[in-house]
Design a protein around this ligand. Structure first.
Ligand SMILES: *[C@@H]1O[C@H](CO)[C@@H](O)[C@H](O)[C@H]1NC(C)=O
Ligand SMILES: *[C@@H]1O[C@H](CO)[C@@H](O)[C@H](O)[C@H]1NC(C)=O
Ligand SMILES: *[C@@H]1O[C@H](CO)[C@@H](O)[C@H](O)[C@H]1NC(C)=O
Ligand SMILES: CC(=O)N[C@H]1CO[C@H](CO)[C@@H](O)[C@@H]1O
Length: 290
């Protein structure tokens, strides 16, 4: 995680000092009532890294892992493997960029995965732009669960990040297993965007206007369950209830939408296995695989 302390610039509207190399403002509502700025609580995601894809191989062939849980696999989907991404990626061209990405999903129930002795165990579900073919920046938002292996307590959080800057936990939004999140990331340029996160289960809505982020190419649309890094090591990939991304689409400059049909499906090999499969053009699901 890179928290550069060189620029401590935040915005008058956020009442507490947060280190950032870019700038943003945030507003929030709870059940339709504006949340006072003094109650907006953003803090650096604890040491750990969410982000770009690592160690991927492309077109690895048949998705053998998790095959028993796949309900429908389109053989036309390119299959790829990665050490940390499990999900769908659509890549477009620099002449018809992604302006906006949308997805909704239910934060999963997380438990310790048997047979995995890498701690902590964690899993993050998010949507984002770039980070796959464009590796120098990634704008993403989602949830994460982390299990304290001593107490067995599962911490659930919602966060956003403009990689390579560090992630922020949105501590004023409580997160419980089963909560629905509806997330839209709307770029206004390669370096500016709006993120809107709606907790459709608990009445929270939070928006971020972000400026001067790292330059996006806006060519990758990602719907991913990630095995995050904590410190410099990959976390154990927690066991999680199947994550369904729904209403998944990315709007292009041309005005057309990209969906899941034909998306590259990233799989994580065992023993921290995860399988992702297209269900239809608007839905995919990621499942723990043995
Ligand atoms: C796990 O919880 C215990 C008790 O609260 C705490 O002392 C410990 O630091 C936690 N471990 C991690 C890795 O967070
Ligand atoms: C928890 O994880 C730490 C490594 O982070 C390990 O040293 C410790 O033995 C584990 N505790 C249990 C109860 O598994
Ligand atoms: C996305 O941002 C553009 C430019 O600010 C705005 O015109 C548009 O209404 C936004 N779309 C959504 C869905 O918020
Ligand atoms: C936008 C939305 O779905 N809001 C819902 C969030 O959850 C509360 C319950 O706490 C509902 O009343 C809202 O309709």
């Amino acid at each position: 995680m890179k928290f550069l302390s060189t620029a401590l610039l935040l915005l008058g509207v956020i009442s507490q000092p947060i280190l950032a190399e870019f700038s943003f403002t945030s507003t929030a509502e709870h059940n339709g009532v504006p949340v006072p700025q003094s109650e907006i609580n953003l803090r650096p995601f604890e040491p750990g890294t969410l982000g770009r894809i690592r160690s991927r191989t492309v077109d690895a062939g048949d998705p053998k892992i998790g095959a028993t849980t796949l309900r429908r696999v389109r053989r036309t989907n390119p299959i790829a493997t990665s050490t940390n991404w499990c999900g769908s990626v659509r890549t477009t061209t620099s002449t018809n960029q992604i302006k906006l990405i949308h997805g909704s999903f239910q934060h999963p129930t997380c438990t310790q995965r048997p047979g995995i002795t890498t701690y902590p165990q964690a899993a993050a579900a998010w949507i984002g732009i770039d980070g796959d073919s464009w590796t120098t920046a990634l704008l993403q938002a989602g949830t994460v669960c982390k299990i304290n292996n001593s107490t067995g307590i599962v911490e659930n959080e919602v966060w956003w990040q403009w990689v390579p800057s560090g992630a922020y936990t949105i501590a004023n939004i409580p997160v419980f297993a089963g909560d629905w999140f509806d997330i839209t990331i709307n770029t206004t340029s390669a370096t500016a965007a709006n993120i809107k996160i709606i907790n459709t289960s608990r009445g929270y809505t939070q928006s971020f206007n972000i400026y001067t982020g790292a330059t996006l190419a806006r060519v990758d649309a990602d719907w991913v369950v990630e095995r995050p890094y904590y410190g410099t090591a990959l976390a154990g990939f927690a066991q999680f209830t199947q994550v369904w991304f729904q209403n998944a689409y990315a709007t292009l400059t041309s005005g057309t939408n990209l969906g899941i049909t034909g998306a590259k499906q990233y799989q994580i090999p065992s023993p921290n296995g995860c399988a992702s499969a297209e269900f239809d053009n608007a839905k995919l699901y990621a499942s723990v695989a043995p």
